[in-house]
Write a protein that binds this ligand. Structure first.
Ligand code: GLN
Length: 434
């Protein structure tokens, strides 16, 4: 079983997508009668898989082994899927390129001089290069959609609360969602159905029922938010995107533009709120409870040395930013203001879905960039998330789907955004476009 995938796993180690290759003894191979039976799955290395190392690509957790299974892992087991590998990522899921990692920079299978995207770059590459049928990642501001766009596959960020996060290492808890990578819609909807739904171990998981997905031929009311379709999109990509939209119109879908005026504040709002939450979530890595410890002759030095040694530069930058925006005197000016703006951004989406079934936007502004290109410039790195963070601020589901490629054979994708808990509408649209 899984001969082709195991071959691809073994032959593609130069892509640095995999942290733990479990293919010699896949986890849960024994159950063969579920909706996922016969499917091989990889999971991002920030999701707990009992007995297997969980480093989150960080020195601070380098020697940590998980002691329990995440709810998604238990549900994969119940549905008969087999876990073949854990995947590389940006440290603690902070990044857009999978370059901030102790396991080596993840490479794009379409051009190994380019990044795979991040932070779930390893999961995207594992699916795009046929090492597994499906993979899980986490998406806080685009970490499933952006790497799936860079690798030319399907990538879903579900509605906030749709999938239990019990066993996902937290980055920014009011944003984090587990998401799915696949090569086709059917596999994705099956994995989605298997793992979503309420979980008593995660109080933020939604009660909303998960309905099975069934394809239906329909004409869509599609909104194109004009703030996403301005300058700044790579011209070659733009042509392919425009052609795709023109085809939708000629197929009889009702396509109109719409304004979502608060979009321009998304990046600033996102990086204030997520760093604030991260600074608090990462306080638990203190040399006492988990992972690495640097010894010193007093507890304060021990904590300082441990965190200084254990965290990489990007993680430190975020902890500092987050601590700053939460500090007294700056709390009102930054954190509270950003929370208000988040509400207004969400309102833009709610208004849009009174009129439209789905919204379409580019997923990324450019094809995958070169390895090293943005490493010394965090701001331009942050700007590569410009089209994915608004949905995370609002909590709505969004799906990246492949629609073509550039002359140099780099993938071109589009992002379909749905109303709360309407992932099935996104699957349906993606299948219709196939
Ligand atoms: N690139 C974004 C960030 O660094 C998104 C990361 C994510 O979704 N985990 O915050």
């Amino acid at each position: 079983m899984f001969d082709a995938q195991i071959n691809n796993l073994k032959n593609n180690s130069h892509l640095n997508a995999i942290v733990h290759d479990l293919s010699n003894d896949p986890v849960f191979l024994d159950k063969t009668d579920g909706i996922l039976s016969g499917k091989s799955i990889a999971i991002k290395e920030n999701i707990h898989l009992k007995g297997i190392g969980l480093s989150c690509a960080s020195k601070i957790l380098q020697n940590y082994k998980s002691i329990y299974n995440a709810t998604v892992v238990e549900r994969i087991k119940k549905a008969g899927g087999a876990i073949l590998a854990t995947t590389n990522m940006d440290e603690f899921a902070m990044g857009s390129s999978s370059e901030h990692t102790i396991h080596g920079v993840v490479k794009n299978p379409h051009d190994i001089t380019r990044v795979a995207g991040g932070s779930s770059g390893g999961s995207a590459v594992a699916v795009a290069s046929g090492m597994v049928d499906l993979a899980l990642g986490s998406d806080t501001g685009g970490s499933v959609r952006q790497p799936s766009a860079f690798c030319g596959i399907y990538g879903l960020k579900p509605t906030y609360g749709r999938i239990s996060r019990f066993g996902l290492v937290s980055y920014a808890s009011s944003f984090d969602q587990i998401g799915i990578f696949s090569n086709n819609v059917k596999d994705m909807s099956n994995l989605f159905e298997s793992i979503s739904g309420n979980d008593e171990k995660d109080s933020t998981s939604a009660l909303e029922k998960v309905k099975p997905y069934l394809f239906n031929e329909k004409k869509y009311k599609i909104g194109l938010p004009e703030e996403y379709w301005g300058k700044g999109i790579d011209p070659e990509m733009r042509k392919i995107l425009d052609k795709f939209i023109a085809k939708l119109k000629s197929d009889g879908h009702d396509v109109k533009s719409i304004s979502m005026p608060k979009t321009e504040y998304s990046i600033a709002t996102y990086y204030i709120l997520t760093t604030a939450e991260a600074s608090s979530n990462l306080a638990r890595f203190d040399g006492v409870q988990y992972g690495h410890r640097e010894n010193a002759d007093n507890p304060i030095d021990m904590t300082i040395f441990t965190r200084n040694f254990g965290f990489g530069d990007e993680v430190k930058r975020r902890i500092l930013l987050g601590t700053f925006v939460l500090s007294s005197g700056y709390y009102d000016a930054y954190f509270e203001k950003a929370q208000k703006m988040r509400r207004l951004i969400q309102k833009d989406f709610k208004n849009a879905f009174e009129e439209f079934d789905i919204l379409l936007t580019p997923t990324v502004p450019t094809p995958p960039f070169k390895i090293g290109e943005k490493m010394d410039d965090p701001l331009t790195m942050y700007l590569s998330d410009i089209y994915t963070v608004p949905m995370s601020l609002a909590g709505v589901p969004a799906l990246n789907l492949p629609i073509g490629e550039t002359k140099s054979k780099l993938p071109v994708c589009i992002q379909a955004v749905g109303d709360f808990f309407n992932e099935n509408e996104l699957f349906n649209f993606a299948e219709l476009c196939n």
